[in-house]
Design a protein around this ligand. Structure first.
Ligand code: ARG
Length: 337
């Protein structure tokens, strides 16, 4: 027989004062769980989940969804005014190729809703063509520019594609009981024009092979705010979003729940916003709350573009199935509670 001393661990017994505990429990039973006293009411924007339209939501988005939702619940619990934003990737080059492919596959999409059941497969097909067919690539780029100039037919195609994804995302949010307001990159389109103008007026842009870049001091990489074809980027939409959250939403705190793979992006965005004088970090708290990048079995970053991702909905269903099997194996279904 082992004595406690031979084991690599032991026990620490803590005795709690009975009166103290009973007072605490009585208070809890009578008043419920009470939030701690915090200062004045604050407005908090939490940017979380934020999957990309036309791509499958994956396990990395699950982490953002759970962490972001938990933060929101805590902020709401202490009485803050919380804006839960789903900054979906609904704008950009990928739409060019999706729309160009839609035009080819479903030429009558304007009158008959295209039966795209599997948008992921549709995405893969269009990506393949984009990589292999020069003419298609060119058309895809033209579609992006037309989307940005609000050509009604192109906007219709874009909406159709977004709707397919939206329905898929909603299944996950329903399953996890997540409340979110969708406000994707497209919401900031018009504001992106202003963002570029503002940086230019202050002489804060440089030209780099036809691209307009912003290089805040102390940063290792610049932001591209306008591409050589006049299109905007992920950087431009994030600058516009930050500005809108500061000036229109009047947020006291802005939190981005995104994996650490995007740390440099956010640090550069925040530095650029401070450089142009949009906020003082002593007054407004802007944070990237990064979390570990989810790796695949090959120890490489879980990628959607490679195509072979585990679909989040399958992952959740598998988890449910396995836990049910475990419970049944333990005969928990025969136990009365
Ligand atoms: N859509 C991006 C992705 O899946 C995340 C967006 C995070 N939010 C933001 N404001 N950039 O990688």
């Amino acid at each position: 027989m082992h004595t406690l001393l031979e084991l690599p661990y032991g026990f620490i017994n803590v005795h709690l004062n009975k009166e103290f505990v009973s007072k605490l429990l009585t208070d809890l039973l009578v008043n419920g769980v009470q939030p701690p006293l915090v200062g004045p009411k604050r407005k908090v924007v939490v940017d979380f989940s934020s999957p990309n339209i036309a791509k499958e939501m994956h396990v990395g988005h699950l982490r953002s969804t759970i962490i972001g939702d938990s933060m929101c619940r805590l902020f709401e619990f202490v009485g803050y005014d919380v804006l839960r934003l789903n900054h979906v990737g609904d704008w950009g080059t990928q739409f060019g190729m999706l729309i160009a492919h839609l035009q080819d596959k479903f030429p009558d999409y304007l009158v008959v809703s295209p039966p795209i059941g599997d948008l992921q497969a549709f995405y893969k097909e269009s990506k393949k063509r984009f990589d292999e067919e020069e003419a298609f690539k060119k058309r895809a780029y033209e579609c992006v520019v037309q989307l940005q100039s609000h050509n009604p037919e192109i906007i219709k195609a874009w909406n159709l594609i977004c709707d397919v994804s939206r329905k898929e995302f909603q299944k996950i949010y329903d399953c996890l009981d997540i409340q979110l307001i969708e406000r994707g990159e497209s919401f900031y389109q018009d504001m992106m024009v202003d963002v570029v103008k503002l940086f230019e007026e202050k002489g804060m842009t440089q030209l780099d092979e036809g691209r307009k870049i912003v290089f805040p001091p102390g940063c290792s990489l610049p932001l591209t705010i306008e591409k050589s074809d006049g299109g905007y980027t992920y950087d431009t939409s994030d600058l516009a979003a930050l500005r809108q959250r500061i000036f229109d939403e009047k947020a006291d705190m802005i939190i981005y729940v995104v994996d650490s793979g995007q740390s440099v992006h956010f640090q550069t965005i925040f530095a650029a916003a401070q450089m142009i004088g949009w906020y003082d970090p002593k007054k407004i708290r802007v944070e990237h709350t990064g979390f570990g990048v989810v790796l695949g079995e090959d120890k490489k970053k879980f990628k959607t573009r490679s195509g072979e991702t585990v679909r989040l909905i399958d992952l959740l269903n598998e988890g449910l199935k396995r836990s049910m099997e475990k419970l049944l194996a333990k005969e928990r279904d025969k136990v009365d509670f």
